[in-house]
Write a protein that binds this ligand. Structure first.
Ligand code: 5GP
Length: 192
């Protein structure tokens, strides 16, 4: 029996599916996972096509969670992240907004027509929102204001969402605080 929670996790990972071009390899990885294999035995009533789609959803969710768990291990090591390389322009990005403290650039793996990451240029201990201290109040406010600037620049001021994934349970994969600004489509509630 699939628990409601696992069902929800699988279904809400639907947007990740668009990033997987090869269904075959996804099904292979599902079979390799005992946790997700148990999903498969519960969905025999579905057609072959539906089953494959369901397995893909479960696998995408599983992969995302595994990546987040792995990332959390080194969360506080002080090691540079991909965001440091983006700030230093070592890795190119499409910049949407920039000032002396904040940088906003398009997410490489967009989950909506508009998907921009807003970051403090200097991490200063803010690997995640859960590490915020009172002294971070000013930069946190600047990040939110920058999110609004991004929404205006991207033409989504009438409806947009700001998301911060905090920690492995929220599938945070990069440990340098970042706000996701999402919009350009109807956003659903509850989120996944
Ligand atoms: P998180 O999972 O930590 O909340 O979000 C990390 C985000 O960083 C993801 O949405 C992911 O697509 C994005 N990302 C990872 N690597 C890169 C990169 O090299 N360039 C850009 N622009 N975004 C990235």
């Amino acid at each position: 029996m699939i628990s409601a929670q696992k069902s929800m996790a699988a279904l809400t990972s639907f947007s990740l599916l668009s990033n997987y071009a090869t269904t075959g390899s996804i099904v292979t990885s599902v079979r390799a996972s005992p946790e997700v294999s148990s999903y498969a035995s519960s969905i025999n009533f579905l057609t072959a096509n539906h089953s494959r789609r369901y397995l893909c959803r479960a696998s995408a969710s599983h992969d995302e969670e595994a990546v987040a768990k792995a990332a959390a291990i080194n969360a506080d090591s002080g090691a540079p992240t991909i965001i440091d390389k983006i700030v230093s322009k070592e890795i190119p990005s499409t910049i949407v907004y920039e000032d002396d403290k904040v940088l906003a650039f398009k997410d490489i793996n967009p989950q909506a027509p508009v998907h921009v990451l807003v970051i403090p240029k200097c991490r200063d201990g803010l690997t995640q929102l859960g590490k915020a201290e009172q002294r971070h109040g000013e930069i946190l406010g600047q990040l939110l204001y920058a999110a609004r600037m991004v929404a205006e620049k991207e033409g989504i001021l009438d409806g947009f969402r700001v998301v911060i994934n905090n920690g492995p349970s929220a599938c945070q994969s990069v440990y340098h605080l970042h706000l996701h600004v999402l919009g350009g489509r109807q956003m659903k509630w509850p989120p996944g």
